[in-house]
Design a protein around this ligand. Structure first.
Ligand code: PEP
Ligand code: MG
Length: 317
């Protein structure tokens, strides 16, 4: 089946009733880009830039970063590359990044909260991203956004660095939705965010108050909990007025059982692990948007994530 699915992996993807769903790849290093392309990725929906920063004693320079970003953009041959600014802190500590000892790192100085406290480090990364050519392929994505002020602060830095670099074209800046309060205020965030990408790993962790790394909770932590699905529904509702794209780049986008629900909730872009892209695209081609919407409505009123998963298997989705 997988080989069969790969045959059509390079075609653009529509549901059976004609809704366009874009399928991108999550990447964590340069070498993955060519493979993702061969699997049918339409671009990179999440570049986890931590790979540049982890396992070294000092931060990578602007040139070092630029070369890696440009190599990925080149490998993707003009397709979009959504570059997430450094998402350190929490489960991803860095030795040269002075975050004070914290009792609750997952609720601490992480993601954009951390990089806003290290403005030089963030500006260096933003400059490297702004240099990627051709202009328009690279986009900036901000992790762990909680408040619109954070987006404004990053965008102000981007504006200054763009001017300094003599770049006159704007770059798109989107927000990751990983914090329940951000999901619930997506409408407000849409004033500053050019697009949304839901990080279901963290949105589930914070929505369910369950540590994503705790093996004792692994059987219960599920993005298909009706409460998490409600949060996703709120993101789509908040994005509608300004017609912001709603993507999912967390693990749910790589889970074929979750995909019909995401699409039914209004998600139009999935960023998945490269190895599953062909299967995700094949599944989408069998779905009807109207059925997905009905399924999603049943899911948000279901009692448990197990019930939601049962709904998925009953409908054969
Ligand atoms: C997420 O939280 O869903 C996400 C995509 O980011 P990460 O897994 O890198 O925290
Ligand atoms: Mg995350």
């Amino acid at each position: 089946q997988r080989e069969l699915n790969r045959k059509r992996a390079h075609e653009v993807c529509y549901t059976a009733d004609g809704a366009r769903i874009e399928v991108f790849a999550n990447l964590g290093k340069v070498e993955d880009a060519a493979f993702a392309l061969s699997e049918g990725a339409e671009g990179c929906g999440l570049l986890r830039t931590e790979f540049l920063y982890l396992g070294r004693s000092s931060a990578p320079t602007e040139d070092q970063q630029y070369m890696q970003y440009q190599a990925i953009a080149d490998a993707l041959q003009g397709r979009p590359v959504i570059i997430r600014t450094l998402d350190a802190g929490g489960d991803k500590p860095l030795t040269y990044f002075p975050i004070a000892e914290e009792e609750n790192p997952a609720l601490g100085v992480r993601g954009v909260r951390a990089t806003l406290q290290q403005p030089d480090l963030l500006r260096t990364q933003l400059r490297a991203i702004l240099r990627v050519r051709p202009y328009g392929v690279a986009k900036v994505m901000v992790p762990m956004v909680t408040s619109i002020d954070e987006l404004r602060a990053v965008k102000a830095m981007i504006e200054e660095e763009s001017k300094a670099l003599g770049r006159d074209e704007p770059i798109e800046v989107g927000a990751m939705i990983e914090v329940p309060a951000a999901a619930l205020t997506a409408r407000q965030l849409s004033e500053e965010a050019a697009f949304f990408s839901i990080g279901t790993n963290d949105l589930t962790q914070y929505g369910l108050a369950m540590d994503r790394g705790n093996p004792a909770l692994a059987p219960s932590i599920d993005a298909l909990h009706p409460g998490v699905l409600r949060l996703i529904e709120q993101v789509a509702a908040g994005a509608a007025e300004k017609e912001r794209t709603v993507a999912v780049c967390g693990g749910a986008a790589s889970d074929v059982a979750a995909v019909p629900f995401l699409i039914g909730l209004g998600v139009t872009e999935l960023s998945a692990t490269p190895a599953v892209i062909a299967d995700v695209k094949a599944l989408i081609r069998t779905l009807n948007l109207a059925d997905c919407r009905a399924l999603a409505q049943a899911a948000v009123t279901a009692q448990t994530s197990k019930d939601v998963r049962r709904l998925a298997s009953e409908t054969g989705a």
